[in-house]
Design a protein around this ligand. Structure first.
Ligand code: HEC
Ligand code: HEC
Length: 444
């Protein structure tokens, strides 16, 4: 969606289909008129202007889950079942006590509630929520992965997270009857890994420490055997991704409100209090939040610096992430992508443009944001009020990068405006997830 700045300072969208927009706006104007003139209604459910109400339509509902052509089993229920089992299973870690759900807990909105995530040891970043990950183009705060399945391969081998190796993961699947059967039902026969000379218990590439025992074991294998392991390992990532694609936020009061705007239904419009509606108007208008938190997940899925103070000044953010994704042997241009690299050409071709600067991180989704404290890539802001206070004054903001973008300005929100913004963010909170997604499936 193209977003520009109108002369009056309001955010203005440029897009095709102006006639449709005009019609919608006219219909809305009529609707506001009806609501406002109804005699028994001294407080109309809709307090937005027609222009503001029209902007709200762009944020809801969530469109259908986007396809992932790099993952042939992305929507296969059996793959999702296998992936769900792995997601919650601590056996795929060095000491048998870390699973994906250690840091992505369903009851903490798929985060861990800590500023910095901790697996085997503490990591340098805050655990990201998994709500609506299927909509993302890039993964991690720095976008160093370009598919959901290749993202899933990283935590297992990160020394601070699961601290295991791909050979150990692949052996654990092959040696367990339930996992082996689930794998083979989706991906076909597992390779024979029983020869411990050819397929040691542990092993992985360790580019930054070639003397590591995992690296020595990996390097001693034949290229063919390494490729066989990588094939199974990437398949397991695809199964985990198939599960994560189901972590989709449900209808929040904001979505009910937007339905009400579309249908002209005052009862549904009342799902958002006048304060929350004013908060949306600020978010999309004078507050300019939508310049980055745009679209139905409230993220433009891209990278920006919001100049929030950081502890680790050495974190290269997106600038480093671009280098990493291009060098990743499991990227969407690799032999492991199921569309033969077709979608990677587009994605990786845009990456090298020198548009990104240190200090840029992925715009996080704001759906369910009241449940994902603390905030930012180091978890450096404890509460939503801290976040709003930061954006309001920007007193503590890092200096702008001289070559970087200048979207952010202090907006000096008053007490009422801060409360309105908060009420709006609260209206992005959905209903509970079904229990079936909150733990391992039966049979593993
Ligand atoms: C030790 C805690 C920890 C564990 C264990 C862990 N994660 Fe994460 N996860 C994080 C952190 C921290 C980030 C952000 C890291 C970064 O940007 O460098 C993250 C990021 C992600 C993202 C990116 C989301 C986005 O919007 O870009 C996904 C997806 C994810 N994790 C899935 C998984 C899966 C699947 C597993 C298990 C295989 C897992 N995580 C294990 C802490 C953890
Ligand atoms: C220039 C782009 C940009 C603008 C404008 C912007 N944000 Fe952000 N926002 C970001 C980025 C990038 C992050 C993550 C930064 C980081 O972790 O270093 C973020 C983080 C957040 C978070 C924390 C979410 C989480 O899960 O950690 C909230 C809440 C938030 N923004 C709300 C707002 C509000 C409200 C406004 C308007 C007043 C706004 N943002 C304006 C880019 C922007």
């Amino acid at each position: 969606m193209a977003t520009g700045q109108g002369a009056d300072g309001a955010a203005v969208r440029r897009r095709p289909g102006g006639a449709v927009v005009l019609l919608a706006a006219t219909a809305l104007a009529a609707l506001v008129l009806v609501a406002a003139t109804r005699p028994e209604d001294d407080a109309p459910a809709l307090v937005l202007t027609p222009e503001e109400a029209e902007l709200a339509l762009e944020f809801s509902p969530l469109p259908p889950i986007p396809a992932d052509p790099t993952n042939a089993v992305a929507d296969d229920p059996d793959a999702a079942r296998l992936g769900q089992a792995m997601f919650f299973d601590p056996r795929f870690s060095r000491d048998g006590d870390v699973s994906c759900s250690t840091c992505h807990q369903p009851d903490l909105s798929w985060t861990d509630g800590r500023p910095l995530a901790r697996g085997v040891s503490e990591t340098p970043r805050h655990a990201m929520t998994l709500w609506n990950v299927a909509w993302n183009r890039w993964f991690f705060w720095d976008g160093r992965k370009d598919s959901l399945w290749s993202q899933a391969l990283a935590p297992f081998e990160d020394a601070r997270e699961h601290a295991t190796s791909r050979l150990a993961v692949v052996h654990a699947v092959a040696d367990d009857a339930a996992y082996a059967a689930a794998y083979e039902a989706v991906f076909g026969p597992l390779p024979d890994l029983s020869d411990a000379e050819r397929f040691p218990a542990e092993g992985r590439p360790v580019p930054d420490d070639p003397g590591h025992p995992h690296a020595a074991a990996w390097d001693a294998m034949t290229e063919e055997d390494r490729a066989a392991v990588d094939r199974v390992y990437s398949d397991l990532g695809k199964a985990i991704a198939a599960f994560e694609r189901r972590i989709v936020s449900r209808r929040a009061p904001f979505d009910v409100f937007v339905e009400g705007v579309r249908e002209g239904d005052p009862e549904k419009q009342a799902a958002m209090s006048p304060s929350a509606q004013r908060g949306f108007a600020l978010f999309a208008g004078r507050g300019r939040c939508l310049l980055c938190h745009d679209g139905p997940t409230f993220s433009d899925l891209e990278f920006h610096s919001n100049r929030v103070p950081v502890t680790n000044m050495g974190d290269g953010g997106r600038a480093q992430g671009i280098q990493d994704v291009k060098a990743d042997p499991f990227n969407a241009a690799s032999a492991y992508a199921d569309d033969g690299g077709a979608s990677a050409t587009v994605r990786l071709a845009i990456a090298p443009k020198n548009l990104h600067f240190p200090g840029e991180f992925k715009t996080p989704t704001l759906r369910n944001v009241v449940r994902t404290a603390p905030y930012m890539h180091e978890g450096q802001l404890a509460t939503l009020d801290d976040v709003l206070a930061f954006y309001s004054t920007m007193e503590t903001a890092l200096p702008p990068d001289p070559t970087g973008e200048r979207f952010l300005q202090p907006r000096h929100f008053d007490e009422q405006e801060l409360a309105d913004l908060r009420a709006f963010l609260e209206a992005l909170t959905d209903e509970e997830l079904p229990e079936a997604l909150k733990g391992p499936p039966a049979g593993f």
